[in-house]
Design a protein around this ligand. Structure first.
Ligand code: MEV
Length: 318
């Protein structure tokens, strides 16, 4: 029996990815239908401070002492130990699992870091707030992604829809009307760090053009915030399509993404776009409640490897 069991959800960006790295706002929501979990099993027979880590989904097994500081599991554990002020913990085994697709724009790395941080601080008896959890997870994200905006760790640690701008306090988004979303995976995978680096190169080569695109995405996101609160499907759909066009100009779309986006629109989505780093990963489509099933079926028929539906309600995502 584990003494500690923690969970962290996935996430999806509705508007503003990539531009958010350059100071523009973005909107993200947690996705509770996928999650990362961490379990701590004390190992009474092992030598003091022996920490074993197992991640059966990826056939991973190691001792903490053998992992380099920049290993994401080790970094999350060591940051949590530091936060708890503990150098030599009682021996334990940490078991990590996740149903969040990797390199697919759904926040898998941040969710795993957050599940670990919650588990280890809990095991060591140190309470931790959502803001503190997010700040530690951001350190792990930096190791993996270079210069992340911080949106993933924030939305996952707070488990609430957010309107986020880099270096500003996060603003929770309280919606008044329910909206329905369909998330579909292309099955193609590109790590976020790769697409973020590519956009960075293009921006360095032609700052004027790319700043202009980022500003337009920022404006779309600000407008979307209001339409999301009031549940204005037509306005939101139009803004999603515009955001997708600008993401394509940034060079982060791909034929497999375009195929699923087109399929979702043909099947009745109010709008559709890629979500996250892009060049594969997931699309997100906005639907009326009645059309959700037909869009889901069309996306699966068109080759999506997984489809998740979620609704954003007054009480949060479900
Ligand atoms: C990743 O989920 C979203 C990006 O905007 C990168 C970031 O915000 O760090 C592509």
């Amino acid at each position: 029996m584990p003494v500690i069991y923690t969970k962290a959800p996935g996430k999806i960006i509705l508007f503003g990815e990539h531009a958010v790295v350059y100071g523009q706002p973005a909107i993200a929501i947690p996705v509770n239908k996928v999650n990362a979990t961490a379990r701590v099993f004390p190992t009474i027979d092992a030598q003091a401070d022996m920490v074993r880590i197992q991640a059966p989904d990826i056939n991973f097994e190691a001792c903490l002492a053998d992992l380099p500081p920049d290993h994401p599991f080790a970094a999350a554990i060591r940051l949590a130990m530091q936060f708890a002020g503990v150098d030599r913990p009682p021996a334990y085994t940490l078991v990590i699992t996740s149903t969040i697709p990797i390199s697919a724009g759904m926040g898998s790395s941040a969710a795993i870091a957050i599940a670990i941080i919650r588990a280890i601080t809990g095991f060591l008896g140190k309470p931790i707030t959502a803001d503190e959890t997010s700040a530690l997870a951001y350190e792990v994200e930096k190791i993996q992604h270079g210069s992340p905006s911080g949106i993933d760790n924030h939305v996952i640690a707070h488990q609430k829809p957010i309107f986020f701008s880099r270096n500003e306090p996060i603003q929770p988004l309280a919606v008044e009307q329910t909206t329905h979303w369909v998330i579909a995976d292309t099955g193609e995978k590109t790590p976020t760090r790769v697409t973020v680096a590519e956009v960075h190169h293009r921006h360095t080569a032609d700052p004027e053009t790319y700043n202009q695109i980022f500003m337009q995405i920022g404006e779309i996101t600000r407008q979307a915030r209001q339409s999301l609160i009031t549940g204005d499907l037509a306005a939101l759909g139009f803004l999603m399509d515009q955001n997708q066009h600008l993401l394509d100009l940034l060079g982060v779309s791909s034929p497999s993404l375009e195929h699923l986006i087109h399929t979702a629109r043909e099947a009745g989505a109010a709008g559709a776009k890629l979500s996250g780093g892009g060049r594969g990963g997931n699309i997100i489509a906005l639907s009326s409640e009645e059309k959700t099933r037909q869009i889901e079926t069309a996306l699966l028929t068109a080759g999506a490897t997984r489809v998740i539906t979620t609704a954003l309600t007054k009480g949060g995502p479900r």
